[in-house]
Write a protein that binds this ligand. Structure first.
Ligand SMILES: [Fe+2]
Ligand SMILES: [Fe+2]
Length: 168
C-alpha cells in the first residue's frame, strides 16, 4: 500500500526539519570551536550527524513506501550565541519542536490507520525522549557550574567523552 499524499507531504517536511536540526547543530559546533570548547563542539558534531541519520531514515522510509521525495529548502541556522548554556537551551527548544512535529505525524498516521507508519514512528517517539533528556541533563549541570570556569571546563571534558550512537 502506497503512502497517502498527506503523509508524503508531512514526511517530506520532516526530512527538512531533521536536516535543519542537523544544520543547527553544526552551527552550534562551530560556535564552540571558535570558543575553544572541544567537548561541547564534539557533542554538537555528534548531534548533527545523528540528525542527518534521522533525515535519511525518513527519506528511505518514504521511498520504501512508494512516496516521492521532494526535499525542502533549509533555513540558515543561528550562528552566534551569548553563552554555553544559551546554546543548550536553544538545543532543547529545537528538540521539543521536533517532538511536536513527530507527534503530529503520528496523529496523521493514526487517523489514516496507516499502521506501518505508526510502527515506523515509534522509534522516533522514543528517540525524542532520549534527546530531550540528554539536553536537559546538560542544562542542569551547566546551571550548577554557572559563574565557575573550572566547573565549566570540567563539563567540556565530560562532553568530550560522549560516544556516537553507533559506538554505544
Ligand atoms: Fe532528529
Ligand atoms: Fe534530535
Amino acid at each position: 500500500m502506497d503512502i497517502s499524499t498527506e503523509l508524503e507531504k508531512a514526511i517530506n517536511e520532516q526530512i527538512g526539519i531533521e536536516f535543519a536540526a542537523s544544520y543547527a547543530y553544526l552551527s552550534m559546533a562551530a560556535y564552540f570551536e571558535r570558543n575553544a570548547f572541544d567537548g561541547f563542539s564534539k557533542w554538537m558534531h555528534l548531534q548533527s550527524e545523528e540528525e542527518h541519520t534521522h533525515a535519511m531514515k525518513f527519506y528511505q522510509y518514504l521511498i520504501d513506501r512508494g512516496g516521492v521525495a521532494r526535499i525542502p529548502s533549509i533555513p540558515a541556522p543561528e550562528w552566534d550565541f551569548d553563552s554555553v548554556i544559551k546554546v543548550f537551551e536553544a538545543s532543547l527548544d529545537q528538540e521539543r519542536e521536533v517532538t511536536r512535529h513527530i507527534y503530529d505525524l503520528y496523529k496523521i498516521a493514526q487517523n489514516e490507520s496507516d499502521f506501518a507508519t505508526v510502527s515506523f514512528l515509534k522509534w522516533f517517539v522514543d528517540e525524542q525522549v532520549e534527546e530531550e533528556k540528554n539536553v536537559s541533563d546538560m542544562i542542569d549541570k551547566l546551571k550548577m557550574a554557572q559563574g565557575n570556569p573550572d566547573s565549566l571546563l570540567l563539563l567540556d571534558r565530560y562532553a568530550l567523552e560522549r560516544k556516537a550512537e553507533s559506538e554505544v
